[in-house]
Design a protein around this ligand. Structure first.
Ligand code: FAD
Length: 450
């Protein structure tokens, strides 16, 4: 393709959805990935995605061989494995464990059918620049070893955690370094169980410092006798690898005894609020490269798909208005942050709260039901933790003896509300970003629950 309007680096879920939307809107769209075409979609992941993301974007639900399991609930276990929280009957929890490869292949097909041109087997090395303006990319053809340059009006970095373009940009609008404690290192296995699952529509999540320090272990059904199970931990070095935690978990949890390994691999996912700005001059970020991931559970498929649809529309508008600077692309920020972005950001506070709760307090909290399923749902929905006065009194009674835990919960609820408000007033131009960011960082810094 000669002189595309937009080049999208990475054909993961976020890149494919962005490419599809750009092409649908008539843009000359080039999508690149270092993988061969038949491997697009393959990814170390928990493979869970909720229905709500499809409803929000108009993307067709997974069907046929894209579905490994239909999910309708979850059991959340505290460290002592007693008094688990059973989440059932919440529509927003409905979803699927998908076959990542089939699902990814479908998203790619949809992008190509909409008119995007796809080139596999190319390693994108970095951006082409004129001053601060990104004007294209440079890539190496992994088959011929040739180096190519592609010029475009807008570049989209959808390269996932690698963020191959973002990491090469020097611009105060663009964040480069992500703190270790905001990254979850994961290890997951696909396992065939000795016995069928009793509830193949229920996901299981396990909390606690012994199982997964500042993270969690999961068992997600993939059919009646196959599972996707793993461990994600955050906080940087000195704790052992996620693989070693998973090994221990596997030796201790009876369901996994004697399970046959189909595949095991490690991966990483950011678990922070999204980048302060999703755009720069001639450049936009989507998916994991934009840190568009739910900080509580590390789910990023839906968050990236939602952003991709908006981004396609914004790129089209910016090109039509002949303003592809950060200013011209800014409405991606103002359309994402006050809504879905706000939800992700406030969950960073909740993540910080959960990470600071000791195993003992966590066990107590589950026993006394200091957090109910509806609290988790409301927090995830972006409604914060709305502890009403009546509710507070009831919880104070149930939480007698651990007032400090309740106070921390109350503090988290307050900070989540404050941060949400700030995000709903996201600045309408780049020049106001600094003071807004300062207010965000003040709240994040005070989200210390140790
Ligand atoms: C262990 C684990 C479990 C998870 N579980 C879930 C879950 O259950 N549900 C959920 O919603 N999310 C989950 N996530 C997160 C989810 O996988 C990501 O948020 C999501 O896949 C991000 O999509 P993306 O398109 O941004 O990036 P990716 O899917 O990573 O796609 C990026 C693409 O860019 C390509 N690329 C990278 N660098 C280059 C380069 N230099 N040149 C060319 N191409 C390049 C890659 O080949 C890849 O195809 C999990 C993550 C991990 C690690």
């Amino acid at each position: 393709m000669k002189k595309p309007d937009v080049v999208i680096v990475g054909a993961g879920s976020a890149g494919c959805v962005t490419a599809r939307r750009c092409a649908e809107l008539g843009l000359k769209t080039l999508l690149l990935d270092r993988k061969p075409m038949e491997e697009i979609g393959q990814k170390v992941c928990g493979d869970e995605v909720s229905k709500a993301h499809f409803e929000a974007t108009g993307i067709d639900y997974p069907e046929g061989d894209e579905i490994s399991s239909v999910i309708g609930g979850a059991d959340v276990y505290p460290p002592n494995m007693k008094n688990e929280l059973k989440i059932r009957g919440w529509a927003e929890f409905d979803g699927w464990t998908v076959n990542r490869l089939s699902f990814g292949q479908r998203l790619l097909r949809e992008a190509i059918s909409a008119g995007a041109h796809f080139i596999p087997n190319v390693h994108v090395g970095g951006p082409m620049m004129i001053g601060d303006q990104v004007t294209g990319i440079e890539y190496k053809d992994l088959m011929s070893k040739d180096i190519e340059i592609v010029k475009s009006k807008v570049v989209v970095d959808a390269s996932g955690f690698a963020a191959v373009i973002r990491n090469k940009l020097e611009n105060p609008l663009i964040e480069k370094n992500i703190a270790k404690e905001d990254i979850a290192l994961c290890y997951r296995e696909i396992l065939s169980l000795k016995m069928p699952l009793a509830e193949p529509e229920v996901a299981r999540v396990f909390l606690g410092g012994e199982i997964a320090p500042k993270g969690y272990a999961w068992i997600f059904p993939k059919g009646v006798q196959e599972i996707n199970a793993g461990v994600g931990i955050t906080g940087g070095e000195g704790r052992g690898s996620p693989k070693s935690y998973f090994k221990r978990f596997k030796e201790q949890y009876p369901l996994l005894f004697g399970a046959k390994l189909i595949e095991g691999k490690g991966g990483a996912v950011p678990v922070r609020r999204p980048l302060k700005s999703l755009v720069g001059d001639g450049i936009a970020f989507v998916g994991d490269s934009a840190l568009q991931v739910n900080p509580i559970h590390g789910g990023g498929i839906g968050a990236g798909m939602r952003a991709g649809v908006i981004l396609g529309e914004v790129v089209r508008g910016a090109i039509a208005m002949r303003d592809i600077s950060a200013n011209g692309l800014w409405s991606y920020n103002t359309r994402y942050f006050p809504f879905f972005g706000q939800r992700l950001a406030s969950l960073e506070i909740f993540r910080r709260f959960l990470q600071a709760v000791s195993d003992d307090d966590m066990n107590f909290g589950f026993e006394r039901r200091l957090l109910e399923a509806e609290d988790l749902m409301a927090a995830n929905r972006g409604d914060g933790l709305s502890l009403s006065t009546v509710d507070k009194l009831k919880r104070v009674k149930r939480g007698a003896g651990r007032i400090s835990l309740l106070m921390k919960l109350q503090k988290a609820a307050g900070l989540m509300k404050k941060l949400s408000k700030l995000y709903s007033n996201y600045p309408n131009s780049p020049d106001k970003l600094d003071s807004w960011e300062k207010s965000v960082l003040d709240i994040i810094e005070s989200a210390n629950f140790e």
